[in-house]
Design a binder for this molecule. Structure first.
Ligand code: SF4
Length: 138
């Protein structure tokens, strides 16, 4: 299979705080498959590190109040293009990110409260017919 994966799950230091979400479970699962890493936020031109962001009333907003919606959506579009070009069979994404979250996201109050919902990239992929799973469900 061709599998697209949130790059942070592979150990790439592309998280907002400069860290990663390396998952041995993911590395194990990917053995024998073709892997396409993607970080939609970096693709959208955001820096590492960057301010944490949440979806506030539909607009991706950094915790200083500035909108980063344009960057998030541009990065998601670039990631979608890669998924289409790569003809990927499956996408595995990091939980609860405002880009990659598949089942849940933070509620936009920067208080750590989670709600049902999807990140910008996860939603775009699903809308375009890709099979997207949360790393927690792997
Ligand atoms: S945008 Fe996705 S791939 Fe990039 S750091 Fe956040 S969760 Fe990981």
């Amino acid at each position: 299979m061709k599998i697209m994966v949130s790059a942070c799950l592979l150990g790439e230091n592309c998280k907002y705080n400069g860290g990663n979400n390396l998952s041995e479970k993911v590395l194990h699962y990917l053995k024998g498959h073709e892997v396409i890493p993607v970080c939609p936020e970096v693709l959208g031109g955001l820096s590492i590190p960057r301010l944490p962001a949440e979806i506030v009333k539909g607009v991706v907003t950094a915790n200083d109040g500035r909108s980063v919606d344009k960057e998030f959506r541009a990065g998601a579009m670039k990631g979608l293009k890669l998924a289409k070009e790569g003809n990927v069979d499956l996408v595995i994404l990091q939980s609860r990110s405002p880009s990659c979250g598949v089942k849940q996201v933070y509620d936009g109050t920067f208080s750590g409260k989670k709600i049902a919902g999807q990140g910008i990239f996860a939603r775009l992929l699903a809308e375009n017919g890709f099979r997207v799973i949360d790393v927690e469900d792997l």
